[in-house]
Design a protein around this ligand. Structure first.
Ligand SMILES: [Zn+2]
Ligand SMILES: [Zn+2]
Length: 210
């Protein structure tokens, strides 16, 4: 798998990922935080076949580019069913707190968790990881885990916003993400990458005692 990380919304430092299978050149975008000519040009110049746009959850700092991507490519927008209403409602996605309000096109596929999709001959799996928001998901493909605002390097997502719940968040991480192999590379919605092994040992919020 290949990927490029972008920071399209510096005020939030949201990570946007363009991910592709180098054999088939089939690609997906994860959390396009703002409209971006750079990404559109990159997809065209690499000749990628863009299949999916996936939102790890519905918050305004992760969905601002949805409209522009949908206008430029014939692709499907995927989000968990519990966050699906959020993306079309600027109050629910909290974007009215910091701007004019973001309204995304509605989802083409509403996920429940556990779905598998193909990117070339590689399989991606949707893992429902609620706690930061009700419909938070993580995406696993090969040894890459896109963890949204669920798990960060040395931290976890906020639970003090609508839909957030601390115990649910910790449970998602410990019971679902920490079951993955230690060398799984974690690519979060904000900040640097990490690994499952490193977070299991060293994360002060969810690390296992040893
Ligand atoms: Zn969030
Ligand atoms: Zn975020």
């Amino acid at each position: 798998m290949k990927y490029i990380k972008y920071n399209l919304l510096p005020s939030f430092d949201t990570n946007t990922y363009l991910v592709w299978d180098e054999d088939s050149m089939e690609a997906m975008l994860i959390d396009v935080a703002a409209p971006s000519k750079e990404i559109i040009n990159e997809i065209k110049s690499l000749n990628l076949k863009l299949k999916f746009l996936i939102n790890t959850h519905g918050h305004g700092d992760h969905i601002g580019g949805n409209k522009s991507i949908k206008e430029n490519f014939d692709i499907q927008l995927l989000i968990h069913e519990d966050d699906a209403e959020t993306i079309t409602d600027p109050h629910k996605n909290l974007s009215t707190f910091w701007g004019d309000g973001i309204i995304s096109p509605s989802a083409d596929i509403k996920l429940k968790g556990g779905e598998k999709f193909k990117l070339g001959n590689k399989e991606l799996t949707v893992i429902h990881t609620p706690g930061h928001s009700e419909g938070g998901i993580s995406i696993l493909i090969k040894n890459l885990l896109f963890s949204g605002d669920t798990l960060f390097a040395g931290a976890i997502g906020r639970d003090d916003i609508p839909g957030g719940d601390y115990n649910t968040l910790v449970k998602s991480i410990q019971e679902k993400l920490f079951k993955l192999p230690d060398d799984t590379i974690v690519l979060p919605g904000h900040g640097p990458y990490t690994t499952i092994g490193r977070e299991k040992k060293g994360n002060p919020y969810v690390g296992l005692p040893y």
